[in-house]
Design a protein around this ligand. Structure first.
Ligand code: NAD
Ligand code: UD1
Length: 333
């Protein structure tokens, strides 16, 4: 019996692979390597001493997926595969709708034929949209997404909700991630964006490494404690452990349930920059720049539902996030 991780060589999938193996699960990874490298499988093996079975496969390709289900007894799927670059989703929306929706629907169809009934989905806090008030709670209305990427998450949540309503044997867990940062303490796996990073932490680590000459802080006139944006940064290892709990939950409960995976605490952009400089003893030159279009002032989770129902709570703080992110960046080739 195995757990399938689509997109399992990516940033969050690879960390979840490690935690699942550590928890005793047999896993199979399917990834088309559009945004990751096959060497990640070696790193997962180095960390866990167990090599996951790997298929270089496109999750939108039904025949490739059927082969994986034919060759393995898959009891649950964690669906990480998808495109995630917000700006690119605005300029190339069709590419995003095609890949993100198609992969989820194809997976659901193949799972149904194979009698596999547990689906854990990588959703995002972005589904709370632009008008919601913090802290975000699972029962709040979703929608008013700021970009096509966000709409793909919203739509897939709806598709999975409907699928669970129609199939009494199906168990769906929608995980709304907040802002994953950091890396495995080994420094072997982490976030390695292609090209100029859009997200804050990779931009900080690349500035620290001398690859960027300074960080632009997008806006210092928000209604926050220091005027910079506030986010719920969560260590990717904590996030990965949340998936192990979600899988246990899906094994015991039918229907569709949604959980925020965040720490429940918001920190500002400057909190993160200052903590990074302090724990790593390295200067990050930064300049205040205009606000970035589409940004909101503050986003953080109400994290109590995951604590009560999954028995999961984030353990690691900003210092570990900054230390581990830098450790990974230093190891990057
Ligand atoms: P990632 O890009 O590192 O990983 C996604 C993986 O999916 C990559 O390895 C890529 O090669 C693969 N992939 C993409 N399309 C595929 C397809 N059709 N078939 C097979 N493989 C495919 O991204 P990540 O940061 O690990 O994110 C994982 C999931 O979590 C994504 O669905 C993302 O939208 C979601 N998410 C991420 C964040 C974040 O900040 N990283 C926040 C919220 C939600
Ligand atoms: C972004 C996405 C969101 C996605 C999330 C995943 C946008 C508008 N939103 O969220 O849909 O789910 O990533 O983690 O892209 N910042 C700087 N300088 C930088 C980069 C960022 O000041 O060079 C600031 C931003 O203005 C923001 C904060 O840092 O206040 C966090 O930004 P980022 O890491 O891009 O994440 P989000 O915008 O929260």
């Amino acid at each position: 019996m195995s757990i399938l991780l689509t997109g399992g060589t990516g940033y969050i999938g690879s960390h979840t692979a490690v935690e699942l193996i550590n928890a005793g699960y047999d896993i199979v990874i399917a990834d088309n390597l559009s945004n990751s490298e096959a060497v990640v499988i070696d790193y997962i093996e180095t960390i866990t001493k167990k090599r996951p079975k790997f298929y270089q496969a496109d999750v939108c390709d039904k025949a490739q997926l059927e082969k994986i289900f034919d060759e393995n007894k898959i009891t649950a799927v964690l669906h990480f595969a998808g495109y995630k670059a917000v700006g690119e989703s605005v300029s190339e929306p069709i590419k995003y709708y095609r890949n993100n929706l198609d992969s989820a629907i194809t997976l659901l169809e193949v799972m149904q034929s194979a009698g596999c009934n547990q689906f854990i989905f990588s959703s995002s806090a972005t589904v709370y949209g632009t008008g919601a008030t913090v802290p975000y709670k699972e029962e709040m209305p979703t929608g008013h997404c700021a970009n096509p990427y966000g709409w793909t998450k919203y739509m897939i949540e709806q598709i999975l909700t409907d699928a669970a309503k129609a199939n009494n044997n199906l168990s769906v867990v929608l995980l709304r991630y907040f802002n994953p940062v950091g890396a495995h303490e080994s420094g072997l796996i982490g976030e390695k964006p292609v090209g100029v990073p859009n997200n804050l932490m990779p931009y900080i680590t690349q500035t620290a490494a001398g690859m960027r000459d300074h960080l632009s802080v997008f806006g210092n006139d928000y209604d926050t404690k220091d005027g910079t944006g506030v986010r719920d940064f969560i260590h990717v290892v904590d996030l990965a452990k949340g998936h192990v709990k979600a899988l246990e939950y899906a094994n015991k409960n039918l229907g569709c349930e949604v959980f925020n995976l965040g720490t429940g605490t918001g920190y500002s952009v400057l909190d993160l920059v200052n903590t990074f400089m302090e724990v790593n003893g390295i200067n990050i030159p930064y300049e205040i720049a205009p606000r970035r279009a589409g940004d909101i002032a503050t986003s953080y989770a109400n994290a109590t539902k995951a604590k009560e129902k999954l028995g999961w709570q984030a353990q690691l703080g900003l210092k570990e996030m900054c230390k581990d992110a830098w450790n990974f960046q230093k190891n990057c080739k």
